[in-house]
Write a protein that binds this ligand. Sequence first.
Ligand code: HEM
Ligand code: HEM
Length: 432
Amino acid sequence: MLNQETNKKPRAFTNIFLHLHPASVRREAIAFNRTFGLGGMAALLIVIQFITGIMLRLYYEPFPGLAYDSILLLQNNVLFGRLIRNIHHWSGVFLVIITFLHFLRVFLTGAYQKPREINWIVGLILFALIIFSNFTGYLLPWDQLAYWAITISTSILQYIPLIGSSLREIVLAGTEVNADTLLVFYNLHSSVLPILILLLMAYHFWRVRKAGGVIIPNNSEEKITVPTYPNLVYKEGVVALVLIAVVLVLAVFANAPLLDKANPGYSLNPTKAPWYFAGIQELLMHFHPFFAGFFIPLSAVVLVSFIPFLNYKEKATGLWFHSEKGKSSAKISIVFSFFIIVISVLASEYLVNFESLLPGLPAFISNGLFPFLILFLILWLYYQFIKRKFSLSLNETVQALFVVILTSFTLLTLIGIFFRGVDMALTFPWNL
Ligand code: HEM
Ligand code: HEM
């Protein structure tokens, strides 16, 4: 099979796959633990969303008086209607998780550095589009969950300085969630966003090929190449079949949620944002909204976008975590974030109230700037400690800090989803 061993040219490969893959690939590039197939899985999930989405469109009616009933009709009277809806729901959830894991894999193998820096940015935009697709889809069933989740998450927009209120009105096509919001979300969801995603995905794939395929450890001696078919294509087939099986099993046994029809006069308690925004909603429990809903998320996005453009002295190694030092510092960063987040959340919930501690000051300072500066100081001290302890390079330092930020955000998201109950009080998942 190896063309070095058989001395044969790779078999002619004249179909659509040739656009995605070259005729032969480095053997190391297709080892499963190089990419875990995550980018391919994300692409497959998007295809599943498109196919099931087009089917849902056949029955769905994007008007407040009809939307909810059209979902009931689809679920109860259309052959496989409920299954198709469940697949669309679970595949949407998986898409966010798998894309996030792909983003982690790219980061932790240093594959954001030149010549892949543009693809890092393209990937981030794709990620935003995926979140936005999920978000616009969330409203469509027009049940209580949908109505109040969109109401609460768009209210966060108000805290953006100067343009916040107008931005919210643009997004909602009004001052609150209404018939026009549903129509705009529906059109964005089922035509504008899919087109943007398709175009960007094609560009993303093209750039992967242009960079010479996925990143390979630069200390590698092995130069063996193998024909793409069957070596890579079979592996992709197996990953695809396993993923489809998992989504199908979940869709058969777990229904997509559907509460009562939306009722603008009666809010849910707790009113939670869609799960992928639970981290931001959790931040709002502890910080002034300017910091929780605007400054901290925006700073995170800006920092992540700039990662490829720092002045790295070493080229990307292509190794997971760069080095043994890199691995150890990443592990310590996970433990550090775990303690900081758990202690801060518990302290802010039960012990410390900055607004009553600093009564004369505006809430923006007492409950915003002040706690933010404390956390920033802790992060800075940690940065000094980790850099010295392991004498880390810039790559490894960026990685350690990034792991702190990502672990913290993931933990906040998990707390928001699983540990917030009635009145958004902290509670155990089994008491929800
Ligand atoms: C990246 C692509 C997509 C994502 C992430 C996505 C996500 C979602 C989500 C989360 C829902 C709410 C489902 C629920 O009730 O839990 C939804 C509903 C819906 N989506 Fe999509 N979707 C995508 C693409 C599409 C496309 C391409 C179409 C149509 C051309 C479509 C049509 C619909 C329709 C009609 C509904 C309402 C039915 C329902 O809520 O069950 N979607 N989508
Ligand atoms: C819809 C979402 C996405 C899809 C379908 C997708 C798909 C892919 C595929 C198939 C690959 C090549 C194989 C692999 O790594 O698994 C890849 C590589 C890459 N992706 Fe994505 N991706 C997506 C989102 C992202 C995100 C969020 C980022 C990061 C911000 C990103 C950055 C990259 C980079 C830099 C590469 C090159 C990696 C390397 O050369 O090793 N992608 N993507």
